[in-house]
Write a protein that binds this ligand. Structure first.
Ligand code: ADP
Ligand code: MG
Length: 368
């Protein structure tokens, strides 16, 4: 069985206003695939070094063009286009071959997860660019022996409950998550899965879903969602064979914008928000435990139980982590000394994720 490591990228954003106001000091450096972080309390110490599949410098070396798109003024800078060309294009190529793909963004609130995944305004992120390119590639490769079917769904996990972001009336307590007895995979019961025929339709559905998200403000970032958002695109290619039969290649793409990885205390959360923080940590710490177990599994001969069942998030990401999927993780970093602890913990998390081995197979079956 061919094994594939999870590909890990890190990306560092510009200083935000809060960091500028507090005269923050840059503690991240990148060189090739290497990322280093300096401990602001011990500036004489050697910086800690990490190596990733991709290290994206988006801290400086750019300016806004006439369309409001951030473009490089220095070759070190990684634009949305550059990140898409590496990561999004890879997802697309794999999807066309019939592999399941997963892309998820990890990092503390305000570190740039949504910027990389979805983007803001003219600076579209990997998800919309990948969807746009998906339909362009389908049109380019149009062939009378091939038919395509694309569906879109979008959910959020908030307080360990699943809400359908394409639905107006979600049941109290959230949608149920069940295990398929044959495949062993978990799925969300009654989640809306809408057929889409163009990029425009996906864009409209994304906007609809985004508007339905639960947004609760914290001190860290007033607009950031405290929930995990999962966009799932299924992409089927129905191919006519010369003997008259048909086969179907299927790809499931999971695109996950995780909630902030910071502990509840550090965001100044109180009351309800604190309970929420505790639950977010439940899902994220379960994710951390799954990643650790998988990392250990890849380097040890012992039988290791992977605790997928410990949270909704890890149930739904089971295939993405250690299963039938080509997976990419993007870890978003703050450049500032004031976020040192969180950023170091993100780098360690990302470092562990590199060790995960998946076993992706092409999903192709005859249609009878
Ligand atoms: P998160 O989703 O991790 O909470 P966001 O993606 O919303 O964080 O980013 C926080 C802020 O930083 C936003 O205003 C966003 O526009 C900005 N930002 C993040 N990454 C970049 C980047 N690579 N280039 C420019 N601005 C960025
Ligand atoms: Mg966000």
């Amino acid at each position: 069985m061919p094994e594939d490591s999870v590909k890990v990228a890190v990306r560092v954003r510009p200083f935000n206003q809060r960091e500028k106001d507090r005269k923050a000091v840059l503690i991240i450096q990148m060189n090739g695939q290497q990322t280093t972080i300096k401990n602001p309390d011990t500036p004489k110490d050697e910086p800690k070094k990490f190596a990733f599949d991709y290290s994206y410098w988006s801290h400086d070396g750019f300016s806004e063009d006439a369309n409001g798109i951030l473009q490089e003024t220095n070759s070190k800078y990684s634009s949305q286009r550059k990140v898409f060309n590496d990561l999004g294009q890879g997802v697309l190529d794999n999807a066309f071959q019939g592999y399941n793909c997963s892309l998820f963004a990890y990092g503390q609130t305000g570190s740039g997860k949504s910027y990389s995944m979805v983007g803001y305004g003219a600076n579209k992120g990997i998800v919309p660019m990948t969807c746009d390119e998906l339909f362009k590639t389908m049109t380019k490769g149009a062939d009378s022996n091939k038919r395509y079917e694309v569906t879109f769904s979008m959910l959020e996990i908030y307080n360990e409950q699943v809400r359908d972001l394409l639905s107006k009336d979600n049941p109290k307590g959230g949608l149920q998550v069940r295990q398929n007895p044959k495949l062993g995979l978990f799925y969300v019961v009654n989640l809306k899965k809408v057929p889409v025929g163009s990029y425009k339709e996906i864009e409209q559905r994304m906007d609809q879903g985004t508007a339905n998200r639960t947004v609760a403000s914290t001190n860290m970032n007033a607009t950031s969602s405290r929930a995990h958002t999962v966009v799932t695109i299924t992409f089927d290619q129905i191919i006519k064979k010369p003997d008259g039969g048909e086969t179907k290649k299927s790809s499931v793409m999971n695109l996950v914008d995780l909630a902030g990885s910071e502990r509840a205390e550090s965001t100044g959360a109180t009351g309800d928000r604190l309970k929420e923080g505790a639950n977010i940590n439940k899902s994220l710490s379960a994710l951390g435990n799954v990643i650790s177990a998988l990392a250990e599994k890849s380097t040890s001969k012992k039988k290791i139980l992977v605790p997928y069942r410990d949270s909704i998030l890890t149930k739904l990401l089971q295939n993405a982590l250690g299963g039938n999927s080509k997976t990419v993780m993007i870890a978003a970093l703050s450049p500032a000394d004031i976020n040192y602890d969180e950023t170091l913990s993100t780098l360690r998390y990302a470092d562990r994720a590199k060790k995960i081995k998946n076993e992706a197979v092409i999903n192709e079956n005859p249609i009878d």
